[in-house]
Design a protein around this ligand. Structure first.
Ligand SMILES: [Zn+2]
Ligand SMILES: [Zn+2]
Length: 176
């Protein structure tokens, strides 16, 4: 785990307070004990993470039960335009902390109660932005003009998701 600096620690606590108080206003959680959410340790993912935006890590105790070790968030979630999405990611992780461990239909139904729906839909854009920040190559589709930011060249091995055309490599500097 990456240790948050003082400012990040402050942001994490602000986010925690915001998410817990909003959660208390949602119908499904009025009778939920949210006490654990106020004390669960919060940490950070590496800023190089792209696919993972938050994670709940578990410890297995000697008697076999699981206990939450830490909830980690991507550090870029404290920067605009991602702050609202950061609250949704923390909400998602808090559902895990509350005991909904699998991404099943019950989990998805609870998750869909988060009121800021546009923030909840920012996951793909966040992944794309994190990839672009690290990308040295754009895998470019000559057919639909889509480009996929990546750290490595595609070397003629990958197809466009949409049109199945072979992607071409372009250095990021050329594309900007
Ligand atoms: Zn999850
Ligand atoms: Zn295409």
């Amino acid at each position: 785990m990456v240790r948050p600096n003082q400012e990040q620690q402050l942001r994490l606590e602000e986010l925690r307070q915001g998410v817990v108080s909003l959660l208390g206003t949602l119908d499904s959680f009025v009778s939920t004990d949210t006490g654990e959410l106020l004390t669960v340790p919060l940490g950070l993912l590496r800023k190089s993470a792209t696919q993972r935006h938050g994670v709940t890590r578990w410890l297995r105790l000697e008697d076999g039960t699981l206990e939450v070790e830490v909830v980690e968030l991507h550090p870029r979630l404290f920067e605009e335009p991602w702050c609202d999405y950061g609250a949704f990611v923390l909400f998602h992780e808090f559902l895990h902390v509350l005991g909904f461990r699998a991404h099943n239909s019950v989990f998805r139904a609870l998750e869909s109660q988060w009121p800021n729906r546009s923030a909840a839909g920012m996951g793909k854009a966040f992944t794309q932005a994190m990839r672009l920040g690290r990308a040295r190559w754009l895998w470019y589709c000559p057919s639909c003009k889509e480009s996929y930011p990546r750290q490595r060249k595609s070397n003629g091995k990958f197809q466009c998701r949409t049109c199945r055309k072979l992607l071409q490599d372009r250095p990021v500097q050329d594309a900007q």
